[in-house]
Design a protein. Structure first.
Length: 112
């Protein structure tokens, strides 16, 4: 499975090798690969949780979510919905992240 960190997560191994190992072996190789939920659904759950908790890593997970079948429009709709439950600042931060991701994808699709 592609990682939302774009391979940068392994850089953490220099300072937190166990964290990197658990992330790779348990989170991505075991949890994300379970068949009980689609990767699209796992992405939506992860993204909405990151939005609600106002956490980093949102752009990487948004990019992965798009690769897993989510659309920019669906993510925008989720952000609008979450504004009422997670708070306006969380939604605005997520909308800015989505804007960055959408611009990257728009540029990539023009290059194809």
């Amino acid at each position: 499975m592609k990682r939302p960190s774009g391979g940068r997560g392994k850089e953490l191994a220099a300072v937190a090798p166990l964290l990197n190992e658990i992330t790779q072996d348990v989170l991505y190789d075991k949890v994300w690969e379970r068949s009980q939920l689609s990767k699209r659904d796992r992405s939506l759950i992860t993204i909405t949780t990151l939005i609600a908790l106002n956490r980093n890593q949102i752009e990487g997970h948004m990019e992965l979510g798009i690769e897993n079948g989510l659309t920019v429009e669906e993510l925008g709709e989720a952000i609008s919905h979450l504004a009422f439950y997670a708070g306006w600042p969380c939604a605005v931060n997520a909308a800015r992240a989505l804007m960055n991701v959408a611009q990257k994808h728009e540029g990539a699709s023009r290059d194809d």
